[in-house]
Design a protein around this ligand. Sequence first.
Ligand SMILES: CC(C)(COP(=O)(O)OP(=O)(O)OC[C@H]1O[C@@H](n2cnc3c(N)ncnc32)[C@H](O)[C@@H]1OP(=O)(O)O)[C@@H](O)C(=O)NCCC(=O)NCCS
Length: 149
Amino acid sequence: MMSLTIRAARPGDEKSWRDLWSGYCNFYGTVLAPEVTDRTWQRILDPESAVMCLIAEVDGQVYGFANCVVHEATWETQPVCYLEDLYVLPSARGHGIGGALIEWLRHAMRAEGWARLYWMTREDNTAARRLYDRHASADGFVRYVVRQK
Ligand SMILES: CC(C)(COP(=O)(O)OP(=O)(O)OC[C@H]1O[C@@H](n2cnc3c(N)ncnc32)[C@H](O)[C@@H]1OP(=O)(O)O)[C@@H](O)C(=O)NCCC(=O)NCCS
C-alpha cells in the first residue's frame, strides 16, 4: 500500500466519510435516521466533542475510517478510548489499512495518556477478528443492551 496517511477527519472529508459510513451501516444491515448521521459528523468535527474520527487516505483518496469516543472510566484515573466503528472500503481490504488505523490509535493512547484502547465486535465477524487477534486479546466480556425504543 503506497503512501498511506492516517489523520484526523477534516470538513472536506464529509462526502468520503458519508459514503464509507453508508457502506458500514449496510454491512451491519442498519438504517440510521439521517439526523443521526448528521449529528455524528457534526460531533466528529467539534473539538469539544468526545467523538473523533481518523481517516485513512492513500494518494488523496479516502479508503477507511475509525470513529472513536474518548471517555472517563471508573476503573481508571485517565480517560479511555473506545473504538466504536472501523471500516475499510471492500476493494481496499487486506492491504493493512485496518491494521494501520489500530496502530495509529495505539500510538495515540501513549501520546494522549489514555489508560486503554478497547473495542468490540460480533463473535462471528471472522474477517475483523483475524485482524483484531493480531493486535489485542478478547477479554471474554459479553455485551448486554437495553434500548429506550
Ligand atoms: C475489518 C476491516 C476494517 C479490516 O480492514 P483491512 O484494511 O482489510 O485490514 P488489514 O488489511 O489490516 O487486515 C485484514 C485481515 O483480513 C485478511 N484479508 C485479506 N484480504 C482480505 C479481504 N479482501 N477482505 C477482508 N479481509 C482480508 C487479511 O488476511 C488480514 O489478516 P492477515 O494480515 O492476518 O492476513 C474490514 O474488513 C472491514 O471494513 N470490514 C467490514 C466492517 C467491519 O467488520 N468492521 C469492524 C466492525 S467491529
